[in-house]
Design a protein around this ligand. Structure first.
Ligand SMILES: *[C@@H]1O[C@H](CO)[C@@H](O)[C@H](O)[C@H]1NC(C)=O
Ligand SMILES: *[C@@H]1O[C@H](CO)[C@@H](O)[C@H](O)[C@H]1NC(C)=O
Ligand SMILES: *[C@@H]1O[C@H](CO)[C@@H](O)[C@H](O)[C@H]1NC(C)=O
Ligand SMILES: *[C@@H]1O[C@H](CO)[C@@H](O)[C@H](O)[C@H]1NC(C)=O
Ligand SMILES: *[C@@H]1O[C@H](CO)[C@@H](O)[C@H](O)[C@H]1NC(C)=O
Length: 564
């Protein structure tokens, strides 16, 4: 016990001492689609993730602004993982207090990360329930998926409270797939009767976004990644068949270079296949990684596991696309703030993180009798990621201008303040569209507004289980397409000895829509109530909270992003 005396705070960790909640606002309700399979036995092994308080997060944020601002002398001066680590690594005191606390409960089987700010520890359910007063671990089952979570909020000892952001593995449940098959039988019948049916394929996308056959990757060192958090996997044979059918007119790879995580057994998933097939046909001939099912253990949160992994790998692809999203109001502020810091850590390293804006338009939350409000989604609402919305062709039979896809997620965060880079664009929209905006009680004009840009999200062809499947829709389709385009631009930058794009938004908003096809028509969906009648925001000239700045015109965007 002697080492403890070097600290002035008491470190007895008696179970009689006070404890407090770390995430008092975290939704602990388990949705009905999960079946409670009973309390976990006291000897059952759990694996929990402790997010230790970091240092210098203000400096991290300022550094991110400098390295991603095209007008700054620091632009492109990205940090290595080692440099990020020396910036944010928790203080000696924090590290020691947390370790002592764990040790005093017999928890010694822990892994850490290169930045020292996460600890991943194994322990029995009995130990976890004493360590985290309030927690009660149950096993929950949905389809083939079995997870262990606590149905009640947890607290931590007062002495460690200030040294932790949150503990992962207690509450947040794996998401459900977002991909939609949204053709109504009527629409399908009508179109197939007419014999003309323009589904989105790589050549349609390449034509619309002005990619020529020679617009493919050539840099030795370029790479891109998709991250998947569902219990599903892409099948290499499907990818090869997809490329054989749709990749004849441009040079491409037909194999994923690296799979990080475990590829499950069973059937290939639509979402997993979609991501891989489309990032590899837009970002063609570019080395591609797949991060898949990082939650190796029943108590792990797959998305958090991915973030932990990024903090532990020094060599990573430049562009990452993901479709994960949760309602902001279901997540604790502490969790979102910390994950947002993790996004900053990625951004200062020059990584571009792209998130789908979601498939529920502005969303809807029922407040009380007759009162609704829109429902923003996280991480789409983080100011330090690039959020991608969705569009459809105006004329579904031709490669034409694009209009809003009514599912395209968009709106205003209730958690994150509006970042400087977008203030004038968003104010412009609010002013010009003032007369046609939804009632102000539905959204928060001081919040981070999204999406930032968009791409086609409607009516894709995907090969799954060796069969081409039509009518696949969702912003999980548009996100890898934009990811592939950014990878092609990175490729040209790397060939010229320039740094990768990194966190794109400051650059993107300075272009003021130049080099993007502005989407100005259509509204997305929202609450089905008398006041708004299912209508959320509407697209408009310049930036809007439905399609952002619009969709990429590749040669123009390349020129603009190579110019500075
Ligand atoms: C991080 O990587 C190191 C090896 O570089 C490994 O020893 C450690 O276990 C990893 N941490 C986690 C949480 O997986
Ligand atoms: C790109 O596509 C648009 C519309 O399809 C076209 O008008 C334009 O000339 C093309 N080329 C460039 C370099 O923008
Ligand atoms: C494809 O990429 C490789 C590098 O990975 C490069 O050597 C090759 O020239 C590229 N192919 C084309 C057609 O540009
Ligand atoms: C590839 O990237 C690594 C660091 O990520 C760098 O050390 C190496 O020089 C690069 N190689 C080329 C060919 O650019
Ligand atoms: C509106 O957003 C701000 C952050 O920009 C937040 O502080 C505030 O609580 C939000 N208001 C509501 C009603 O959620």
């Amino acid at each position: 016990m002697h080492a403890l005396l070097t600290f002035s705070i008491p470190l007895l960790f008696s179970s009689l001492a006070w404890s407090g909640y770390l995430e008092p606002d975290q939704d602990v309700l388990i949705q009905d689609d999960w079946t409670d399979a009973g309390r976990v036995h006291s000897t059952g092994e759990l694996e929990l993730t402790f997010a230790l308080k970091q240092q210098n997060t203000d400096l991290l944020e300022r550094t991110l602004k400098l390295v991603s601002d095209p007008d700054s002398a620091q632009n492109g001066k990205h940090l290595t993982l080692e440099e990020v680590s020396s910036l944010v690594r928790p203080s000696e005191l924090t590290q020691k207090v947390v370790r002592r606390w764990l040790q005093s409960h017999g928890v010694t089987n822990c892994l850490t990360v290169r930045t020292g700010d996460f600890l991943q520890c194994s322990m029995t359910a009995e130990v976890a329930e004493t360590l985290l007063p309030g927690s009660r671990f149950h096993r929950y089952i949905r389809d083939d998926l079995s997870v262990v979570r606590s149905s009640a909020p947890y607290s931590v000892h007062d002495d460690v409270h200030q040294h932790l952001d949150f503990v992962g593995g207690l509450h947040r449940l794996p998401p459900k797939g977002q991909v939609l098959r949204k053709a109504t039988p009527n629409r399908k019948q009508k179109w197939s009767r007419m014999g003309v049916h323009l589904g989105v394929t790589p050549s349609i996308l390449r034509a619309r976004y002005n990619l020529t056959a020679t617009d493919v990757g050539t840099a030795q060192n370029n790479s891109q990644a998709v991250a998947q958090f569902l219990e599903q996997y892409y099948n290499p044979a499907d990818l090869a068949e997809f490329m054989g059918m749709y990749g004849r007119n441009f040079k491409h790879f037909s194999k994923v270079d690296r799979v990080i995580g475990t590829q499950g057994a069973g059937k290939a998933g639509l979402e997993a296949s979609l991501d891989v097939e489309y990032i590899m046909s837009t970002g063609a001939n570019i080395s591609t990684w797949v991060f898949t099912n990082q939650g190796r253990h029943e108590t792990q949160e797959p998305f958090l596991q991915w973030m932990v992994l990024l903090s532990n790998m020094s060599d990573l692809p430049w562009v990452h696309t993901t479709s994960y999203g949760d309602d902001e109001d279901s997540l604790s502020t502490a969790y979102m703030m910390r994950i947002n810091t993790e996004f900053m850590k990625a951004g200062v390293r020059g990584l571009s993180l792209l998130f789908a804006s979601g498939d529920s338009g502005a969303g809807c939350k029922h407040l009380d009798k007759d009162q609704n409000t829109f429902r923003p989604s996280f991480p789409a609402s983080s100011p330090y990621v690039t959020t991608v919305g969705g569009t459809s062709f105006k004329n579904p039979f031709k490669i034409t201008d694009e209009i809003t896809d009514y599912i395209s997620g968009g709106g205003f965060s209730n958690v994150f303040k509006m970042p400087d880079y977008q203030a004038s664009a968003v104010e412009g929209y609010l002013k010009t569209e003032a007369a046609s905006l939804p009632p102000l009680s539905y959204f928060n004009t001081s919040g981070r507004a999204y999406p930032d840009l968009a791409a086609l999200s409607d009516n894709y062809w995907v090969v799954i289980n060796r069969v081409p499947v039509p009518w696949v829709s969702g912003t999980s389709a548009s996100t890898p397409v934009v990811g592939g385009v950014l990878s092609l631009i990175n490729d040209q930058r790397l060939l010229k000895g320039r740094p990768a794009l990194g966190f794109l938004n400051p650059r993107l908003y300075k272009l003021k829509g130049q080099a993007l096809f502005d989407v100005t028509e259509g509204c997305h969906l929202s609450c089905l109530d008398e006041l708004v009648q299912g209508k959320g925001f509407c697209a408009a000239p310049s930036w809007d909270p439905v399609t952002g700045w619009g969709t990429p015109n590749y040669p123009a965007l390349l020129a603009a992003l190579l110019a500075e």
